[in-house]
Design a protein around this ligand. Structure first.
Ligand code: SF4
Ligand SMILES: [Zn+2]
Length: 125
């Protein structure tokens, strides 16, 4: 499976990410016949809202809330949390500095040697 494919939630066969319906079991995968609008479905007994970010932050005003079994706007709270955490880590200043030091170790070593040479030269004057 590559980045352009995914698995069908019903028959678990590989399907194109843009597919509006599953070519194998004909399950509807996108809403309104548009390849850009994913249609999320609850797989078990639970409602989608139970694990949705917009239910957790009380910003959803869809009439089917909190009993949605299908929803186009559903966003998994755990995935959002993970994305947020990755974004935070990527943006953290200390991380940037650490990465820069790791990438430029030889340059820093050279600068340190130059500094030591400079100090020795000044002391001998
Ligand atoms: S966006 Fe959909 S899944 Fe999320 S709380 Fe609203 S109705 Fe429920
Ligand atoms: Zn299918």
């Amino acid at each position: 499976m590559d980045i352009t494919t995914t698995t069908c939630p019903r028959c678990h066969k590989i399907v194109d990410k843009q597919a509006i319906t599953c070519p194998h079991c004909h399950l509807q995968l996108k809403a309104y016949g548009h390849p850009g609008i994913s249609l999320h479905r609850a797989t078990g007994e639970e409602f989608l809202c139970d694990s949705c970010t917009y239910h957790a932050d009380d910003s959803c005003n869809f009439p089917q809330r909190p009993y949605a079994k299908e929803c186009t706007l559903y966003q998994n709270t755990q995935e959002s949390e993970l994305e947020l955490q990755q974004l935070r880590e990527a943006n953290s200043f200390s991380n940037t500095v650490k990465n820069w030091i790791r990438r430029n170790q030889s340059l820093l070593l050279l600068l340190a040697l130059l500094l030591i040479c400079l100090i020795i030269a000044i002391l001998q004057l």
